[in-house]
Design a protein around this ligand. Structure first.
Ligand SMILES: *[C@@H]1O[C@H](CO)[C@@H](O)[C@H](O)[C@H]1NC(C)=O
Ligand SMILES: [Zn+2]
Length: 509
């Protein structure tokens, strides 16, 4: 009882001053506010018409590690960045009319990684942890298990159907998510030949960077990952004195130059900085490779806007180049560092990355037409992030619960099940009363110590808009996504419906 009273006192003390001004929410005290808002939602649901067009274009936005908790928290952050309470914010992805859930387990693991999940939602086949572009008959890291077990992705199916194709990511372009769209590798970590064990090379397996230029003919490649493309010790143009940024390839190949030479007769651009990127004329460019960092790009809030474009600018450039093809395009856009923010348990980073991804979705919707473009937003897997406590309305999403723990210490409303944020000293949690938990570098508390916080295993959301978006409803296996997208666009093997459906896009075939 005493404990309860003390805590109630802390509650009142913290509450005064920190809660948002009541008058900001006066409308919400009027029941008519909620009734008319719900009626408007109802009307728009009743007016919704099935869009059974053939999708000329597909844009797939993948938030790496963007679980539903991350979506909710990012939504609140987005509103709070605009000085609103935040909870009522409508992100662009929130406006998608159809939502389903995807089950993310792999054939061998309950909680997945980005390689196996990428293989599921891009190639349509579930596989084993750590594998990209191979079925579950292949074994993690075993080169000899690859032959005959290759599975192709919707990126290839779209290219084979005459569409233009592209990948945009905030990580290195050889990272698991983009790799699953073009590579076949029993290890997602074989970025360059220097990352491969000698036995795998001897057995004839090739690294992911070399597959980037030799498998599907990709029109637009934007992200990071220069060092995997150039010979060992090639000085990096941006960080000439940093050895870790230098080229890595032991086979001495320069994949950028090889790629340029392969596209003879076409307008081909390779750029590594923002000035050159901005100068790329989408109207005349056939092929673009843009690699802005030796490895992954910087977090959005730490990005140098003079050197690297944002995910919004990268998405726009990709769409403008790809949409010149009258047969349409497939574009994969990955917000790849949401995941890395979570692994470091820097929730601020993960949420700002998610807001940036949502802004990229908004830009894509502006540049495309819902009648002919299927846009899907999903995640590969979740994280151990939890959103808890009883914060007041408008409490900073990076802030603290007004009610303290029974140890008489406050806690942040975002925390992790495990990770680097475990800090129990002398049986006590750290006292964060004077700590600025909104700092971009703040590491949220974790219950179990780990150097890197882990993924989470619950279902992820699948949001869809445009032709056949209604196929993305219900709770389905994650590999269904590739099949539904292919059906919508009439690419891949299931095309029986493609010659009976009325569609403007069909006239192009
Ligand atoms: C951008 O790249 C071009 C081509 O390599 C180079 O000439 C230019 O100096 C670079 N700009 C910056 C700001 O580094
Ligand atoms: Zn991860």
């Amino acid at each position: 009882m005493i404990r309860f009273l003390v805590c109630f006192l802390c509650f009142l003390l913290t509450a005064s001053g920190k809660s948002i001004q009541r008058n900001e929410l006066l409308d919400e005290e009027n029941p008519e506010f909620w009734r008319s808002q719900a009626q408007a939602t109802l009307n728009s649901a009743l007016r919704r018409k099935l869009n059974t067009n053939v999708a000329k274009n597909i844009v797939l936005f993948l938030g790496d590690g963007m679980g539903i908790t991350t979506i909710t928290a990012a939504r609140i952050l987005k509103g709070q960045l605009e000085q609103r309470p935040g909870e009522e914010t409508i992100m662009t992805m929130d406006t998608f009319p159809y939502v389903g859930l995807a089950k993310v387990y792999t054939v061998d693991f309950q909680i997945p990684d980005s390689g196996a999940t990428g293989t599921a939602y891009l190639c349509g086949v579930k596989t084993n942890l750590n594998i990209v572009g191979l079925s579950a008959a292949a074994r993690n890291g075993v080169c000899r298990s690859q032959t005959g077990n290759e599975v192709t992705s919707i990126l290839k199916w779209a290219k084979d159907a005459g569409k233009s194709v592209g990948i945009v990511t905030t990580t290195r372009v050889q990272h698991a998510t983009p790799a699953a769209s073009y590579a076949h590798s029993s290890s997602r970590k074989w970025y360059s030949d220097a990352d491969m064990p000698a036995a795998a090379k001897r057995d004839g397996c090739t690294d992911i960077a070399s597959q980037l230029i030799s498998n599907t003919d990709i029109d637009v490649i934007i992200g990071g990952g220069r060092k995997y493309m150039t010979p060992k010790d090639t000085v990096d143009p941006e960080y000439p004195t940093d050895l870790k940024s230098a080229g890595m390839r032991e086979d001495k190949r320069n994949l950028v130059n090889e790629w340029i030479n392969m596209k003879e007769g076409k307008v081909v651009r390779y750029v590594w900085n923002k000035t050159e990127f901005d100068a790329v004329d989408a109207k005349t460019t056939d092929y673009l490779m843009a690699l802005f960092e030796p490895g992954d790009l910087r977090f959005e809030v730490e990005r140098d806007p003079l050197m690297d474009p944002s995910i919004i600018e990268m998405t726009e450039k990709a769409i403008r180049i790809l949409q010149k093809n009258p047969r349409g395009f497939f574009l994969l856009v990955e917000g790849g560092r949401i995941d890395q923010g979570h692994h470091a348990s820097r929730a601020s980073m993960a949420l700002h990355e998610t807001v940036a991804l949502d802004n990229a979705v908004a830009r894509a919707l502006e540049l495309t037409n819902e009648e002919e473009t299927l846009t899907v937003v999903t995640a590969d897997h979740s994280h151990s992030l939890s959103f808890n406590g009883y914060p007041f309305r408008g409490n900073s999403i990076l802030g603290k619960s007004p009610v303290y723990g029974t140890d008489m210490l406050p806690y942040t409303t975002l925390m992790y099940g495990n990770g680097p944020g475990y800090k129990i000293i002398n049986n006590k949690r750290p006292d964060i009363r004077k700590v600025d938990t909104k700092s971009k570098d703040y590491v949220q508390l974790a219950a179990v110590p780990l150097d890197s916080e882990t993924h989470g295993g619950e279902d992820v959301a699948v949001l869809a808009r445009g032709p056949m978006a209604h196929l993305f409803q219900g709770i389905n296996e994650q590999n269904y996504i590739a099949h539904a997208m292919a059906y919508a666009a009439c690419v891949g093997t299931n095309q029986n419906h493609c010659y009976t459906v009325q569609s403007s896009a069909l006239n192009m075939h």
